[in-house]
Design a protein around this ligand. Structure first.
Ligand code: IPE
Ligand code: IPE
Ligand code: MG
Length: 263
């Protein structure tokens, strides 16, 4: 009897589903440094290499938008010395990385309450955003002093202001009107939500926008999260069936129609 060899790759490359938007909680820098008996800030510095790797792999894979959680609204509670070094690291990373973003056709935007940052950092952000404003291969969003609840509360305030000013009818408040007042209303919502570093929580990251994101948790610490680790996450995403409330059979039928037409 002749054994037939089954093809190892089940998902043909041309049909491989790539997330339009990936959001990542870059966690585990401190533990990575601790394992090496180094200060936590050493882990943050090493983490910049992973940012570079994931940004460039996103461009290669055709991910349209990448949102990276760099500093949460809760991270101010860390020791002052760590916060200061993180601020310096942002400033130097913006200065040193912008040419690579331009080379890779990456547009940078920073989301969050930026007014709390040192003036120098705010300048650096505005400059890097302006220098990359016309780039189109990838929308890179860095979330800094960001919180999902901050984002939602701000949208609620904007709705109230628009109603009081007569720009919006109260009866017209719906999910779409709300979503339009959140950060990045012009970009698709995250399809894939990754957290490195082993914790399985959302830590107040893009809450509203991730309502239907596929969640991917890995124990890999952020400084070790390289191109290969990122591709694993993308492969995992490609194998998932997203149902959005429908049944599995309905989703399969729709996929068949898309692949083969209506007959
Ligand atoms: C994530 O790594 C980076 C920031 C929050 C700025 P951590 O600093 O949280 O690393 P762990 O979780 O302590 O290992
Ligand atoms: C979330 O990580 C924030 C960032 C990665 C920037 P944290 O390490 O601050 O989250 P918790 O405190 O473990 O929830
Ligand atoms: Mg952490």
């Amino acid at each position: 009897m002749v054994e037939t060899v089954k093809p190892a790759i089940l998902i043909p490359e041309p049909n491989r589903r790539v997330p339009r938007h990936v959001a990542i909680i870059m966690d585990g820098n401190g533990r990575w440094a601790k394992q090496r008996h180094r200060p936590r800030t050493h882990g943050h510095r090493e983490g910049v290499k992973s940012v570079r790797a994931v940004v460039e792999e996103s461009v290669r894979q055709g991910v349209g938008t990448l949102t990276l959680f760099a500093f949460s609204s809760e991270n101010w509670q860390r020791p002052r010395s760590e916060v200061n070094i993180l601020m310096e690291l942002f400033i130097s990373a913006l200065r040193d990385e912008v040419h690579r973003l331009i080379e890779n056709d990456v547009r940078l935007r920073v989301i969050g309450e930026l007014s709390a940052f040192p003036e120098k950092l705010q300048h650096g952000i505005r400059d890097a955003e302006a220098l990359t404003a016309n780039n189109a291969a990838l929308n890179l969003q860095v979330a800094a002093n960001y919180g999902g609840r901050w984002d939602i509360t701000r949208a609620a305030r904007a709705l109230v202001a628009d109603v009081l000013a007569g720009r919006l009818d109260q009866a017209a408040i719906d999910e779409q009107a709300f979503a339009q007042r959140l950060s990045f209303p012009d970009l698709p919502e995250p399809d894939l939500f990754i957290r490195t570093g082993g914790e399985r929580r959302l830590s107040n990251f893009v809450l509203w926008q991730s309502a239907y994101a596929e969640l991917y948790f890995t124990d890999v610490l952020w400084p070790d999260f390289d191109e290969e680790a990122f591709r694993h996450a993308l492969d995992d995403f490609a194998r998932r069936q997203r149902r959005f409330g429908r049944t599995s059979e309905q989703v399969d039928a729709r996929a068949a129609v898309r692949a083969y037409g209506r007959g």
